[in-house]
Design a protein around this ligand. Structure first.
Ligand code: HEC
Ligand code: HEC
Length: 388
């Protein structure tokens, strides 16, 4: 039987290839004499700097242009959606919907992830081990056709013309001197803005990295110790300063692309184990290996308090429910078409083994996760839509 997920992926990727060819044909020169001043990352001392592609170094001018584009509905064919429609600052650039809906009303099968410290991500999207560049990933919402997000394909000339205006031309000229407005430049500017979305100033950071012992409560401290304990194992997959294993930066160049089956599903049909829903089998869709069924990337937990609902398909609504899920060692679904006991999924990670959790433990863990909320990030005007 043909897997619908594979078809979806093929649709997206053939579009990307076509788009890449199209974009490359537009790139006349790629000089990088964009800015004389070196870009200042808002990264506290001691944290490593993200790695950048050689042909898209950061500059304030690119970030400024990228921010304008991120919030501009002219970037969708029918002018109904911008990037921000699905990635909103108050939700750490995630959204409150279970799964996203594109500009023409088509449903996406996945939950929009938060855009937090994306510059450090080793891989992009929920389950793809080959998608490592933001410049490549951003083409998906722009040009992808299954599902349509911004829907630019077939409308590219019309959409591009909307950015050759008196408002935009000076911004392009400042960011990319002597270059024609093109989708290549639009993507580079958007990538620069997304990379500027750094969140490293939560109460946890003040406690752990800035020596402020009072930055988090005794309850949160107990929760932190549980989080990093061998009993709960959370840190194995959500470890490091970005609370995800899937991190790379100037000091960590080893290629690690970890994806895990957490036991969310184990669909049984006529006593046969199907695993995850056919519409989304995770990494297996890309690798085509049966053993990758249900494997997804462990997302960062920074600002996780505001990014509900959770998981790749938004199928867990609240943080207390996420904790119950881990304590149970997976999810049992008793009725409906996804019926089956995820706890018994044979491909489940050995680190998802379940644990005892008292009401106090649960409360402490929630309080710890809340110390990862960076209020400054959620309201920083540098990331907000500019008011003219
Ligand atoms: C219709 C809603 C929607 C729109 C519009 C949209 N996105 Fe997304 N975005 C998503 C979803 C859903 C995913 C997860 C995709 C997946 O895992 O397959 C995602 C993933 C991403 C990721 C990867 C994040 C990660 O953690 O790996 C980035 C970066 C991103 N989007 C940036 C953008 C930018 C920039 C734009 C505008 C050009 C944009 N998005 C427009 C819904 C949207
Ligand atoms: C084996 C690796 C692994 C371990 C151990 C693990 N997680 Fe996860 N976590 C993941 C993966 C993978 C996902 C995404 C799963 C999916 O969407 O199918 C995830 C998702 C989450 C989410 C939802 C995030 C979001 O943005 O949707 C939260 C919250 C979370 N984990 C917290 C925890 C806590 C707390 C622990 C310890 C009790 C823990 N995790 C242990 C791998 C792990």
């Amino acid at each position: 039987m043909i897997n619908r997920g594979v078809l979806l992926a093929k649709g997206v990727f053939s579009t990307i290839i076509l788009t890449l060819i199209f974009v490359l044909s537009l790139v006349s020169c790629d000089s990088n004499k964009t800015s004389t001043l070196e870009y200042q990352w808002s990264i506290p001392q001691g944290f490593p700097k993200p790695q950048l592609p050689a042909n898209n170094q950061m500059s304030d001018e690119k970030v400024t242009l990228g921010k304008r584009l991120f919030y501009d509905k002219n970037l969708s064919f029918n002018q109904q959606q911008s990037c921000e429609s699905c990635h909103q600052q108050t939700f750490a650039f995630a959204e409150a919907k279970v799964t996203s809906v594109g500009t023409s009303g088509e449903s996406h099968r996945r939950n929009a992830p938060a855009l937090v410290n994306i510059a450090y991500n080793k891989t992009l999207t929920w389950a793809h081990d080959g998608l490592t560049s933001l410049e490549q990933q951003i083409l998906i919402p722009m040009f992808g056709e299954s599902p349509i997000e911004l829907g630019i394909t077939s409308y590219d000339a019309e959409v591009l013309a909307r950015f050759k205006t008196a408002e935009y031309l000076p911004l392009f000229r400042a960011a990319f001197p002597d270059q024609e407005v093109s989708f290549d430049l639009i993507v580079k500017a958007l990538a620069s803005f997304v990379r500027s979305l750094i969140s490293l100033n939560a109460p946890f950071d003040r406690y752990a990295y800035q020596g402020d012992d009072n930055a988090i409560s005794p309850s949160a401290l107990r929760g932190m110790n549980l989080f990093f304990s061998e009993k709960l194992e959370c840190h194995h997959c959500h470890g490091g300063f970005n609370f995800t294993q899937s991190t790379s930066h100037e000091k960590q160049l080893i290629d690690r692309r970890p994806f895990h089956n957490t036991g969310l599903y184990n669909i049984q049909i006529e006593n046969k184990s199907i695993g995850y829903p056919e519409t989304d089998v995770g990494l297996a869709e890309i690798s085509t290996l049966a053993r990758d069924n249900g494997r997804f990337r462990a997302p960062t937990l920074r600002n996780v308090e505001v990014t509900a609902p959770y998981m790749h398909d938004g199928s867990i609504s609240t943080l207390p429910e996420v904790l119950d899920f881990y304590a149970a060692g997976g999810r049992k679904i008793s009725e409906g078409s996804y019926q089956g006991d995820g706890r018994e999924n044979p491909l489940k990670s050995a680190f998802i083994k379940g644990f005892e959790m008292s009401a106090q433990d649960k409360n402490d863990l929630i309080n710890f996760l809340k110390t990862l909320t960076d209020e400054e990030f959620l309201s920083n005007p540098a990331f907000s839509q500019s008011i003219e």
